[in-house]
Design a protein around this ligand. Structure first.
Ligand code: SDX
Length: 426
């Protein structure tokens, strides 16, 4: 094993260098404080690995994304979302019998407890669906107190199936509540995605047919959002799970982290940005020039990434799928035209080029969601449904590796040795 030398306080400390299966290297500092009394400091963790993982590999420089060794392109072309979910959670692609049993089990858990349905009635009509999703996922722990032990394999298995089955139902009910429509019961004769579309768009007064073009597009989008190694929300799920909180609590925290506009909330921000450009009659160049200002509120949403310093491979796939779906649905999209213009301008603009800012997964996803009828406030819940198997896989791996509780250190920079003045003298 190779080593790194740290020269500090007249001593030379040797630190082991580990290498991953794709050639990434890291200095292992597990014993640094014990040997030197020092810690490292890395706000935002841009240079810090939190774990060794065999779930997802990203090469940000080359725009590569693999899940359990399979490229995202090959998974998108050859698998369904439930196959990819099985792959992430179990570590291998299912055979036909395994996939059938997994699908049957999940479709058998899609209903919510009748009392849980009542929770939605207490929410304001304009409650954002992400708030509803995190609240209801957390509430699942109150309905299933018999399956919360993170170290009990059987309890974990049933919780995983309940979560995968019920999050689409919860998300759809959050939407139905926001539009004042009755909740539909799941129709388990449909596919996983078909059932979600039924829950979202069917109503008791007319027949509802699942559009196969829309069904396939949603299934692809869910695959493309399934996992992304130690992103903000996955790291949140791991950190909350490391206290041995139950899976529902950890996933509820992950949903809240994903909601942020810098993370999964960006897909809704992109559509609002494209819509504002269209409404204000701005040219792409005018907006790109505004996006280069340091004011965070006018960023080119859907661009940039902590890891990808090249094209996000998911953005390439979604862009192609967007054109395909719009053509098959016979839909023209002004938003898509604006998005393509912004991409072309940004990729030639020195500000974006020198900062390695490329379209990320959120840049085109909102355009395709809009084209297939997904309401804007449901973009990020769709992201959460896609990311759920990834969160579960990360939470499982954290427990399999028997990680210690996550507890970062800090460097204190505040006041020292202050004496308390009597209140009359303050
Ligand atoms: C997701 O981690 C993951 O894997 C996330 C994700 C997943 O699948 O889980 O891929 C999903 O969250 C994708 C990202 C969605 N967010 C957005 O699209 C929001 C817009 N982008 C950013 O705010 C930003 O790019 C981040 C948050 C994504 C990344 O931020 P970093 O790595 O901390 O980079 P930074 O904010 O320090 O930016 C570096 C420079 C800065 O300029 P300078 O200080 O050098 O002058 O680039 C600029 C930033 O101002 N910059 C942008 C920009 N993104 C970065 N300028 C204009 N528009 C942007 N979009």
């Amino acid at each position: 094993m190779s080593k790194a030398e740290l020269h500090i306080d007249g001593k030379i400390i040797e630190l082991p260098v580990i290498e991953g299966s794709e050639g990434e290297r890291a200095i292992n500092i597990e014993n640094l404080r014990a040997e030197t009394g020092l810690i490292t400091l890395d706000p935002g963790y841009a240079n810090t690995g939190s774990c060794e993982s065999s779930i997802t590999f990203i090469n940000g420089e080359e725009g590569i994304l693999h899940h359990r060794g399979y490229s995202i392109e090959s998974l998108a072309d050859n698998c369904s979302f439930l196959e990819v979910s099985y792959l992430l959670v179990k570590g291998h692609l299912p055979n036909a019998a395994e996939l059938e049993a997994f699908t049957d089990s999940i479709l058998g858990h899609t209903m919510l407890h009748e009392d849980l349905r009542l929770f939605f009635r207490a929410l304001p009509k304009d409650a954002h669906p992400m708030a509803a999703c995190s609240a209801m996922v957390s509430a699942l722990a109150t309905f299933y107190p018999d399956s919360l032990d993170p170290r009990n394999e059987r309890e974990v298995e049933i919780s995983i199936h309940r979560l995968l089955a019920k999050l689409p139902t919860i998300a759809a009910y959050a939407y139905k509540h926001s539009v004042g429509q009755p909740f539909m019961y799941p129709d388990n004769s449909l596919s996983y995605v078909g059932n979600f579309l039924h829950l979202m768009f069917a109503n008791p007064c007319e027949d509802f047919e699942v559009d196969p073009v829309v069904e396939k597009a949603i299934d692809l989008l869910l695959i493309l959002h399934a996992d992304h190694e130690q992103n903000c929300s996955a790291s949140t799920v791991r950190l909350v799970g490391s206290s041995h909180a139950n899976l529902f609590a950890a996933v509820s925290a992950g949903i809240n982290a994903l909601w942020g506009p810098r993370h999964g909330g960006a897909n809704q921000e992109v559509i609002e940005m494209l819509g504002a450009i269209a409404d204000e009659g701005l040219t792409g160049k005018q907006f790109v020039d505004r996006a280069k200002s340091r004011d965070d509120t006018s960023r080119l949403m859907g661009f940039g990434h902590r890891v990808y310093k090249n094209f996000d491979p998911r953005a390439r796939i979604i862009k192609k799928a967007t054109f395909d779906v719009l053509e098959r649905l016979g839909v023209n999209s002004r938003l898509l035209e604006i998005a393509v213009e912004l991409e072309e301008l940004a990729l030639k603009d020195e500000y974006f080029v020198e900062r390695n800012l490329y379209p990320n997964v959120d840049f085109y996803s909102g355009v395709i969601y809009t084209a297939i009828g997904t309401p804007e406030n449901m973009f990020t819940p769709n992201f959460a449904i896609g990311r759920l198997p990834g969160w579960i896989a990360q939470w499982l791996e954290m427990h399999e590796h028997r990680h210690k509780i996550g507890r970062p250190r800090q460097i204190y920079t505040g006041e020292t040795n202050r004496k308390i003045q009597p209140i009359a003298e303050r």
